[in-house]
Design a protein around this ligand. Structure first.
Ligand SMILES: [Mg+2]
Length: 113
């Protein structure tokens, strides 16, 4: 499945209230990204600080939930997921060239967000 096929599939599982307006879809998307990211970090918190085993399966499912909300947020912006992925890699390539470096991370251009 391509990124854009995934995005199209995601929209099948979006509520009518969410798709009633682009603003609804946008708000649901950014709220959902944050909510699901919170679920993911809670799993890691329990692993690192509460002595729980790392529940990789649960964490993978939460990553999928984050991805779903990213895809639907992209839909609200009328941007396909493949384009967002490509934009991100281009941004990181411009920032780091071949690979991550602390120096490049510390000395980013003001326009590099
Ligand atoms: Mg979840």
């Amino acid at each position: 499945m391509t990124a854009n096929e995934y995005q199209k599939n995601c929209m099948k599982f979006t509520s009518q209230i969410s798709t009633a307006t682009k603003d609804n879809l946008l708000l649901q998307g950014v709220m959902g990204i944050n909510g699901e990211a919170g679920e993911a970090i809670d799993i890691v918190k329990k692993y690192l600080f509460h002595g729980h085993p790392l529940d990789k399966d649960h964490l993978a499912k939460e990553l999928g939930d984050v991805l779903w909300y990213i895809a639907t947020t992209a839909e609200a912006l009328d941007i396909d997921l493949h384009t967002i992925m490509q934009m991100n890699i281009e941004k990181l390539s411009a920032r780091y060239d071949e690979q991550f470096s602390t120096d490049a991370s510390l000395h980013r251009k003001k326009s590099d967000i």
